[in-house]
Design a protein around this ligand. Structure first.
Ligand code: MIC
Ligand code: SF4
Length: 643
């Protein structure tokens, strides 16, 4: 029996467990990446582990999220991360150099290698044939220290691509179609592998758009084969030596196969407020729009920008529309300047933003009240844009640009004939904004620079035998980490300060949560299905930890958030019968009797709702390592206890 592509890479990196679907495994990590909004915590945790130099082949820190410096906080964080990197052997991508995933693909990604990143869109690297996985900052810190990364050996879904995209239909429409088929929960516990003849028609940046937004499926990661197209991309980045050909064996076995004929795809959009709320452009109709934002790690490559420039050339953005464009990296922006496309964009009236996440994470460009905004991004969760009643549609750059000119949602196929857009034979390469670390013997000369907003992370105590606590919050299905720990220009600067940021914890769902939880001292959260989907931010676990949350009981979890809860020492449990969700209300007194020994011995956990006098059976799904970690109060204690 042959292996799938992901299985081959896992097999090569396996350090614990068996390559068997559903079993607990640990893999060696070759590369790590962090961004600044999760990075400060990750590096504080790395420091706390006491490791002197990173043990990976390459670790890179990017500054791309918190680039709006409306106070000292973000600038202090940048300086802190820069100095930590210099000292401990990490490459530092300075603000202005671009979005982590775009730059990593251009300059560092290597087919066949493993990468974990403290950002959920790390699977972008799958576009170049890496096994690239999003993780919590603490997991990344452990990997930098040479520790393995623990996951459940995933099921493998094959997406068989045939045909070729029609003119003005885009890679974005491919992943929107996959989201339509699988939904935002459909990828949990799975790797999505792309294969088939259609793969050869997609360039590396197009593949990366698809693997990037695989995060929205909840998938562990997504991956494309490494082939002649990958080789040409690496060659154009002057990294031909990094190329290795990689593909699944012809007799590989998959858990599920989905077939998509690229020729039949139409332009699609994800409607408010979920990336899987997919409609075709015809279904939505010529809806009037207020704003268009082009950029983000999903759609900010040179190829995307060249298409946009072609569409905007010689025209003017509609008077009722604000168009912003953020090229994904310094390389992209620089090449647009060199070839004149930048001038076309400016001339058409686009508001050019720096190469960073920007509006995607609510750092500026919030739409007007009830504003309809078309964005080439990957998430349209309620309120994420910074405008609570903003209506965000996720679309391709082609649809975004055509619509920006017309003032209403436009089918890009109306643009008529499409010229061939080709990648350059050589990209403009200048890594002058990537600061290498100092040599190991000089590390003592580097001072780590901390600002007053950088506070120690909350510590967790070993678990109690029994948890007796009231319910501090009850929420419904599909709660995102943007609900749990919102981002945006006002809150992001507090990412290094858990006591301060925790004031906003769940504020979008219930403004009283913070005070109530603190008053209760210890509490339990009740949730629905797919709890914790979206971002990898461990703040969504660290803030509840700080507020005294001891357990989270839900219908089902998203992968990264569940891992972050365990890392923080908060017990994640699920209902055996989903209907029991209705048998618990806010403020109910709950008892998890002898839960510690039940977790350590993997025996049935029964919750007793003292208020309703009702017993509720729960399910625990943990690896042996998780069990010990929870008992000891989280990953840091667990790592320290074994150092
Ligand atoms: C996001 O897209 O939500 C983010 C901001 O990139 C997050 C990370 C974070 O919250 O810092 C992610 O996707 O992991
Ligand atoms: Fe940045 Fe948006 Fe990508 Fe997250 S999804 S890394 S905020 S561009």
């Amino acid at each position: 029996m042959g292996y799938t592509l992901a299985e081959k890479i896992i097999k090569e990196h396996l350090v614990e467990g068996e390559l068997k679907r559903g079993s607990d495994i640990a893999i060696r990590i070759d590369q790590t990446l962090t961004q600044d909004a999760t990075g400060t915590m990750a590096y504080l945790e790395f420091e706390a582990m006491g490791v002197k130099r990173v043990k990976t082949e390459k670790s890179v820190a990017y500054i791309d999220h918190n680039t709006l410096q409306s106070g000292f906080e973000n600038a202090d964080d940048h300086r802190f991360i820069g100095s930590i990197c210099k000292k401990h052997g990490i490459y530092f991508s300075r603000p202005g150099n671009g979005i982590c995933h775009q730059v990593h693909l251009e300059r560092f990604g290597i087919p066949g290698k493993t990468l974990i990143g403290s950002d959920s869109h790390t699977p972008t690297g799958g576009g170049i044939g890496m096994l690239a996985i999003g993780a919590g900052g603490m997991d990344v810190a452990v990997a930098m220290g040479g520790g393995a990364y623990h996951i459940v050996c995933p099921e493998i879904v094959k997406v068989e691509l045939s045909g070729k995209l029609s003119p003005w239909v885009s890679a974005k429409d491919v992943i929107l179609e996959v989201l339509r088929i699988l939904s935002v929960k459909g990828g949990v516990g799975k790797v999505i592998e792309y294969a088939g003849e259609g793969v050869k028609t997609l360039s590396v940046p197009e593949r990366a758009t698809i693997t990037n937004m695989g995060a929205e499926l909840g998938a562990t990661t997504s991956i494309f084969p490494s082939d002649e197209i990958t080789k040409a991309f690496l060659k154009a980045q002057k990294r031909e030596n990094d190329y290795v050909p990689l593909a699944a064996d012809p007799d590989a076995v998959y858990d599920k196969v989905i077939s998509i004929n690229l020729s039949e795809l139409k332009p699609l959009a994800a409607c408010p407020h979920s990336p899987d709320n997919i409609k075709s452009v015809e279904e939505i109709g010529n809806m009037k729009i207020d704003q268009v934002c082009i950029g983000s790690c999903t759609n900010s490559s040179l190829l995307d920008m060249m298409k946009v420039a072609y569409i905007l050339k010689g025209k003017t953005v509609h008077p009722d529309v604000s168009l912003s464009i953020a090229p994904g990296s310094k390389q992209v922006l620089n090449m647009l300047a060199e070839n004149g496309a930048l001038s076309i964009l400016i001339d058409a009236g686009a508001r050019i933003l720096e190469s960073a996440c920007g509006p995607c994470i609510g750092m500026g460009q919030s739409p007007n009240s009830k504003g309809i905004s078309l964005r080439t991004f990957n998430r349209n969760f309620e309120g994420r844009s910074g405008t609570k009643d903003g209506q965000i549609y996720l679309v391709s750059p082609e649809m975004a640009a055509a619509s920006a000119l017309n003032g209403y949602l436009t089918d890009p196929r109306e643009l008529g004939e499409m010229p061939e857009f080709k990648l350059p034979e050589v990209f403009t390469i200048n890594d002058n904004m990537i600061v290498p670390p100092v040599a190991e013997e000089d590390m003592d000369s580097v001072e780590v620079l901390r600002g007053p907003n950088i506070k120690p992370f909350p510590t967790s105590e070993p678990m109690e035998d029994t948890i007796l606590a009231p319910v501090s919050l009850k929420v419904g299905d599909n709660i995102t980490t943007d609900h749990i720990m919102p981002a945006g220009a006002k809150i992001l600067p507090l990412r290094s300060n858990i006591p301060a940021i925790s004031k906003f914890c769940f504020a979008v769902c219930d403004e009283a949560f913070h005070d109530r939880a603190l008053q209760m001292k210890q509490s339990i959260i009740i949730g629905g299905a797919n709890y914790g989907q979206g971002s990898s931010r461990e703040h969504a676990a660290l803030a509840p930890l700080y507020l005294g949350v001891k357990a989270v009981i839900v219908k089902s979890f998203a992968r990264i958030h569940k891992a972050n809860l365990i890392n923080a020492g908060i017990v994640p449990l699920t209902f055996q019968n989903e209907a029991d969700y209705d048998a618990i209300d806010l403020q109910d007194e709950l008892e998890l009797k002898d839960v510690k020994s039940a977790i350590l011995n993997n025996t049935q956990i029964v919750l007793f709702n003292k208020t309703k006098n009702k017993e509720i059976p729960l399910v625990q799904e943990f690896s042996q390592r998780d069990r010990e970690m929870l008992a000891e109060g989280g990953l840091l204690n667990f790592t320290r206890n074994r150092a």
